[in-house]
Design a protein around this ligand. Structure first.
Ligand code: SF4
Length: 422
């Protein structure tokens, strides 16, 4: 029996998909990259943007075609699914299952479709040993869910409240990965800063992981500026395995918009945290997430975001044009910024970012950096530096998954070029 898996969305969804694969393979399914030869197709969906939901509807159309030739094909939907969509998708998929209940897939398939309801949740699905999609970089979810209810976001409705994993299970999973030569460990969660297992807070967890012997890098995402504090900064500064890279999503550079977004921090508070971070870790690279065209965002308020970009000098930013999501508080507000104006604001921010990113990258010329090689093509190596910068090297003697040293010879806005240091 063969399964095909389709994943949409963020690293958390990829981590979920690795657990879905593990459960299916424990049932003796083998993975196929060809959807047409699959007996089972599992879709791990994302609900964050409407476009992601629309793509699932697109796939359903494809299923109809395949089922004409392959009558036995079973389809499963899981991942980030909100209640309203669940009702619709129950008519389009053979099974819709809560990601927390994926251990019950075998029971569902055993019932051959007689039940569309998933069984009771046993224990934390994140403790399922995943089938990692990479041999050198692994994601390790430490918590899931969110208590924050940012007004534009569906995650608290799709993933419900925060649940942290047991620190002992996280540590043993990472020890095992390090033993198997994994070089990069991404700690994942919707809000990693609010991780709590008894007395173990997020900074305490970082320190424990840092003490695991071995040559590996620690990265983490996502952080919420209201919970990102001096203790995390201190842990980042002291732990040599934590890479000097941080994504700290501000979403807007205007206090009124931040209030409407229900973010619980001001621009000044955010800037103070960046200042403290840069004081303790001068070589830190910084990225952020932004929503342009939030309901009611005036040109003046948008210009505050442009100013923030100029002041903060980001290395990277993930800029999204606002679109309302059903069920969120912001969906009740008038979506009054036109799509063209949203596109214009996105472009303006991208241009500002391009300048600061290039200026930042130029400072690397002549420096020696560590690089984790993640791909090879046409006699060239590609990878990421510790600072999470993309780098290209004219050499293909090294293997994917190796950490090498390179001297930076050229800086572009979105990447670096370098040569190997013997
Ligand atoms: S912190 Fe806000 S944006 Fe992030 S998952 Fe929670 S509600 Fe969504």
């Amino acid at each position: 029996m063969k399964y095909h898996i389709i994943v949409f969305g963020c690293q958390m969804n990829i981590a979920d998909a690795e657990r879905v694969s593990a459960v299916l393979e424990s049932m003796k399914y083998t993975q196929t990259a060809n959807i047409n030869e699959a007996d089972l197709v599992a879709v791990v969906m994302c609900s964050v943007r409407k476009s992601a939901v629309d793509r699932v509807f697109g796939i359903v159309e494809k299923f109809k075609e395949i089922k004409k030739k392959n009558h036995g094909l079973k389809t499963i939907l899981t991942g980030c699914v909100i209640k309203k969509d669940k009702k619709i998708f129950l008519n389009l998929f053979d099974y819709v299952i809560d990601i927390k209940d994926i251990k019950n897939i075998s029971k569902l398939l055993g019932n051959c479709g007689s039940s569309r309801k998933s069984g009771p949740q046993t224990d934390n699905y994140l403790d399922i040993t995943p089938k990692h999609s990479s041999k050198f970089s692994a994601t390790v979810p430490i918590m899931t869910g969110c208590n924050n209810f940012c007004s534009y976001c569906v995650v608290p409705y799709a993933r419900e409240r925060e649940i942290s994993r047991s620190s002992s299970k996280i540590i043993s999973e990472i020890k095992n990965l390090v033993k198997n030569n994994y070089r990069e460990i991404w700690l994942l969660g919707q809000n990693v800063n609010s991780y709590k297992d008894g007395k173990t807070s997020f900074p305490a967890l970082l320190k424990i992981i840092n003490n695991i012997p071995g040559n590996f890098w620690i990265r983490f995402t996502s952080s919420h500026p209201k919970d990102f504090n001096s203790d995390v900064i201190e842990a980042m500064a002291k732990c040599e395995k934590i890479t000097p890279y941080l994504n700290l999503p501000i979403q807007s550079g205007d206090n009124k918009i931040l209030e409407l977004m229900n973010r619980h921090y001001t621009v000044q508070e955010y800037k103070n945290k960046i200042k403290e971070l840069r004081k303790k870790i001068p070589d830190i690279c910084l990225s952020t997430d932004i929503i342009v065209g939030f309901p009611g965002e005036t040109k003046k308020q948008f210009n505050n975001t442009v100013q923030l970009f100029k002041d903060t000098k980001y290395d990277m930013a993930y800029i999204n044009k606002y679109s309302p999501r059903f069920g969120t508080a912001a969906a009740k507000l008038k979506d009054d910024v036109t799509w063209d104006e949203k596109k214009r604001r996105e472009k303006v921010l991208n241009e500002t970012l391009k300048q600061t990113a290039l200026e930042n990258n130029k400072k690397y010329i002549g420096k020696i950096v560590e690089v984790l090689i993640d791909s090879k093509k046409d006699g060239r190596l590609f990878g990421k530096t510790k600072e999470y910068k993309t780098i290209e090297i004219n050499n293909d003697k090294y293997q994917i998954g190796e950490i090498i040293k390179a001297k930076i010879t050229e800086a572009l806005a979105w990447s670096l070029r370098g040569k190997i240091i013997k």
